[in-house]
Ligand binder design. Structure first.
Ligand SMILES: Cc1ncc(COP(=O)(O)O)c(C=O)c1O
Length: 426
């Protein structure tokens, strides 16, 4: 699952004691394991290798350029959703010919940046967007490639409402019922070739079945179009593979591949995958120090120095992150990463941050060993949509980010300063 392990009662990131890193860098700090990133990337690449896919890592999940550089080095392309993410991809040495660009509101400036760079594919989300990119290509007298994001209207049980995207009633893409007409109409465009089909059905999708449903529908559409001599040669199946938050809830890359590869193996389609969370989630932890503990009525609070501005997932998606002290001691080793398992010493607490919102929490009603001021806490499975969704709310400088490789580690984003808070305002 990851390379964060307890040895003699203390947490290590690969071969480095977490305490050693925070002694130098302070808290809150995101710590990533290069080995974990690479393992998850490789498992996807290997499991899907019969399809020779292009893997376009989804930058939105964790976009630090040092991490993107590693991924580019392993052969990954990138899924971007803004000019800023395209900039990150290029700064990290990403190949433009391995960049796909999604998003419902691409501006003219962003489209032009992508055309300047020469990206592989625009993932189209609406008729107006298609016409606009066609127009902008026409002004340059060039032809670009596009895929249509199709909503296959599949059920994906277990995915939070806020991350469900494959249903008809969504701002993303085009209903599958309208897709064939879209392709017919697009065939007349002079500067944008609609030769791809893009799916992204939500995240996390905790079984392969919704992918099978979605891909089966997509293939039926591709076949229908082929009978009209409209050629779709690229299928982008999006992201959404699950990661491990509580235990072994995520299928392995091999499990997804076992269901998906046979559907596509006999086809001469170019396959694109856009995994984000399944690569970055378990590769990162957030480390925080206990500022205070207090009683509030019948509730016990642990007030950490990390807050919703550092990790918004618990309050935004009610998501579960396993939390355990960094130095629990050999006798208080962590149980499995579920809320249910506990040691006899545990206390039921809410772990909250210093932000002035009652929604500012990292965990609720959690059984943890007794904690005191100054103790360090590790918040696990925080690599995806952790730092990437962080903000400066309450004028809190963003956390530092550290990348560990074996026995060595480096700061890949320094902690922000108060001057960073106001730099763009001066
Ligand atoms: C179009 C698209 N592709 C890929 C992803 C990555 O999803 P995940 O991080 O769950 O793999 C997302 C996430 O929202 C997305 O919107």
């Amino acid at each position: 699952m990851d390379n964060f392990k307890y040895i003699n009662g203390s947490l290590y990131a690969e071969e480095v004691p977490v305490e050693q890193i925070v002694a130098a860098v302070g808290t809150p700090t995101y710590i990533y394991s290069r080995q974990t990133l690479q393992t998850h990337y490789r498992r996807i690449a290997e499991s899907f290798s019969p399809l020779h896919p292009m893997i376009c890592y989804s930058i939105k999940s964790c976009g630090n350029i040092s991490i993107l550089r590693e991924l580019a080095g392993w052969g990954s392309g990138f899924d971007v959703v803004s000019g800023g993410e395209l900039f990150r991809a290029l700064q990290a040495g990403g190949r433009p010919a391995a960049v796909v660009f999604a998003g419902v509101g691409k501006s003219d400036a962003e489209i032009n940046e992508a055309l300047d760079a020469g990206i592989l594919l625009f993932n189209i989300e609406s008729e107006q967007e298609f016409q606009n990119i066609n127009r902008l290509c026409g002004l340059r007298n060039i032809t670009a490639n596009a895929a249509l994001r199709v909503n296959p209207d599949v059920a994906s049980a277990g995915t939070h409402q806020k991350t469900l995207t494959g249903k008809k009633e969504t701002k993303f893409g085009i209903d599958i019922d309208r897709a064939a007409a879209f392709y017919r109409h697009a065939a007349a465009a002079s500067h944008l070739k609609l030769t791809g089909l893009h799916l992204h059905i939500g995240s996390p999708i905790k079984s392969a079945a919704p992918y099978v449903d979605a891909i089966t529908k997509a293939l039926a559409l591709i076949d229908e179009l082929a009978r009209e001599n409209i050629v779709v040669d690229t299928l982008d199946i999006g992201g959404g593979f699950a990661a491990f938050y509580e235990g072994n809830e995520a299928p392995s890359a091999a499990d997804y591949a076992a269901a998906i590869v046979p559907l596509l193996a006999g086809r001469s389609l170019k396959i694109i995958l856009e995994p984000g969370r399944s690569i970055s989630c378990n590769a990162g932890i957030l480390v925080s120090r206990v500022a205070y503990t207090k009683q509030g009525g019948s509730k016990r609070f642990v007030i950490a120095d990390a807050a919703m501005n550092d990790l918004i997932r618990p309050t935004l998606y009610e998501s579960y992150h396993f939390i355990w002290p960094v130095n629990p001691g050999a006798e208080l080793m962590p149980p499995n990463r579920t809320a249910a398992l506990r040691t006899p010493h545990d206390q039921c607490v809410d772990v909250v941050g210093p932000v002035c919102e009652s929604g500012d929490y990292l965990a609720k009603d959690r059984f943890l060993p007794p904690l005191k001021r100054g103790d360090l806490l590790a918040i696990f499975s925080a690599g995806a949509y952790g730092f990437a969704m962080s903000s400066q709310y309450n004028a809190r400088p963003r956390a530092a980010e550290v990348l560990v490789t074996g026995k060595t580690w480096s700061i890949i984003r320094r902690r922000e300063t108060y001057h960073d808070l106001i730099a763009a305002e001066l």
